[in-house]
Design a binder for this molecule. Structure first.
Ligand SMILES: Nc1ncnc2c1ncn2[C@@H]1O[C@H](COP(=O)(O)OP(=O)(O)OP(=O)(O)O)[C@@H](O)[C@H]1O
Ligand SMILES: [Mg+2]
Length: 265
C-alpha cells in the first residue's frame, strides 16, 4: 500500500510546490508509481506540471497546455471520484489538478458532515495503485490543509533558511497534534526540509543551524539549495528533471528522494 505524504507549511513561498513536484518526479524517475495531488486554489502545482486552468484566460498561457475538464474541486464537492480526475503525466507520474474555484472551498464545504475527511475518503480508493502519493497544500491552515493532514501517513515541512523561518511553526505543530488526536492517530512528521538555501549567506547558515538545533533528527540531511533552474522550470511546465537534469536542483531532489524512500521511510 502506498505512503501518503502532505507537504505543508502555512507560511507562503517556502518551497512546498517546488518540493512536491520535484520530489514526486525524482521518486517517479526511480520507477515508483507516484500520484501528485494539488489542493491549493493557486493551482501552482497544476500549472508547474504543464496543465492549464479552465478559469484562466487561454491567451495568458506561456506554453501550450492541456486544460483538465475535472479537478480536485469536483472530487471534494462529491461530483467526481478521484480516479476519474487523474491525469497521466508519464509512465510513473500521475496528477490530480486543482482549480481556482477551490478558493471558496472553506465556505462551500464548511457545512458538510465529515468535511475534514473528504480527501481521505477520496484517496482510500486509489491508495493501492501508487507507491507514493504527495499532496501540495495551500499556505493556510484552513479546511483544505486539515483535509490533507487527516488523509496522510506523514508530513514534510519545508522551511526557508531565512529570518522568521520558524515563525508559525509552533502553530503548525499544534495543528498537527490536534489532527492526530481527532482524525489521524498515526500521523507523523516525516521531516523538516531546509529549502531555498544559500550557503554563501551567513544568515542562511545561522538559521539552518537554529532549525537543526530546534528539530534535531527530524531535519532531512539533504538541503535544497537555491537554484534558478528550479524557479524557471514552472514557466516551461516541466519538472527539474525535464528542464535541467544536470542542475543542483535535480541533484538535491534526487538526494531527497533517496532519503524519503530509504532513510526516513
Ligand atoms: N530551491 C529553490 N531555488 C530557487 N527558487 C526556488 C527554489 N524553491 C522554490 N523556488 C521558487 O520560489 C518561489 C516559491 O516556491 P514555491 O512556489 O515552491 O513555494 P510554496 O511554499 O509552494 O508557495 P505558496 O505558499 O505560495 O504555495 C517560486 O517562485 C519557486 O519557483
Ligand atoms: Mg505552493
Amino acid at each position: 500500500m502506498g505512503t501518503v505524504i502532505s507537504v505543508v507549511n502555512q507560511k507562503g513561498g517556502v518551497g512546498k510546490t517546488t518540493t512536491t513536484v520535484n520530489l514526486g518526479a525524482a521518486i517517479a524517475e526511480r520507477g515508483k508509481k507516484v500520484l501528485l495531488i494539488d489542493i491549493d486554489a493557486q493551482s501552482n502545482l497544476t500549472t508547474h506540471l504543464g496543465l492549464g486552468l479552465k478559469e484562466d484566460p487561454q491567451d495568458l498561457q506561456d506554453v501550450p497546455r492541456q486544460v483538465p475538464e475535472w479537478t480536485i474541486y469536483d472530487v471534494l464537492k462529491g461530483s467526481k471520484r478521484l480516479q476519474d480526475v487523474v491525469i497521466k503525466r508519464s509512465a510513473t507520474l500521475d496528477v490530480v489538478p486543482s482549480s481556482l474555484l477551490l478558493s471558496a472551498a472553506d465556505l462551500e464545504l464548511g457545512g458538510m458532515v465529515g468535511r475534514e475527511l473528504l480527501l481521505k475518503r477520496a484517496i482510500e480508493k486509489v491508495k493501492d495503485s501508487y507507491d507514493v502519493i504527495l499532496i501540495d497544500c495551500p499556505p493556510t491552515l484552513g479546511l483544505l490543509s486539515l483535509n490533507a493532514l487527516a488523509a496522510v501517513d506523514k508530513v514534510i515541512v519545508p522551511v526557508q533558511s531565512e529570518y522568521l523561518a520558524l515563525h508559525g511553526v509552533r502553530q503548525l505543530l499544534d495543528t498537527i497534534d490536534q489532527v492526530r488526536g481527532i482524525y489521524n492517530p498515526s500521523l507523523i512528521v516525516g521531516g523538516v526540509l531546509i529549502c531555498l538555501h544559500d550557503s554563501r549567506k551567513r544568515l542562511a547558515r545561522a538559521v539552518a543551524d537554529t532549525i537543526r538545533a530546534y528539530f534535531g533528527q527530524l531535519v532531512f540531511t539533504t538541503v535544497i539549495r537555491e537554484n534558478v533552474a528550479l524557479a524557471e522550470a514552472p514557466a516551461k511546465g516541466q519538472t527539474i528533471f525535464e528542464y535541467m537534469p544536470k542542475s543542483s536542483g535535480a541533484e538535491d531532489y534526487t538526494a531527497l528522494a533517496e532519503e524519503v524512500l530509504y532513510v526516513k521511510a
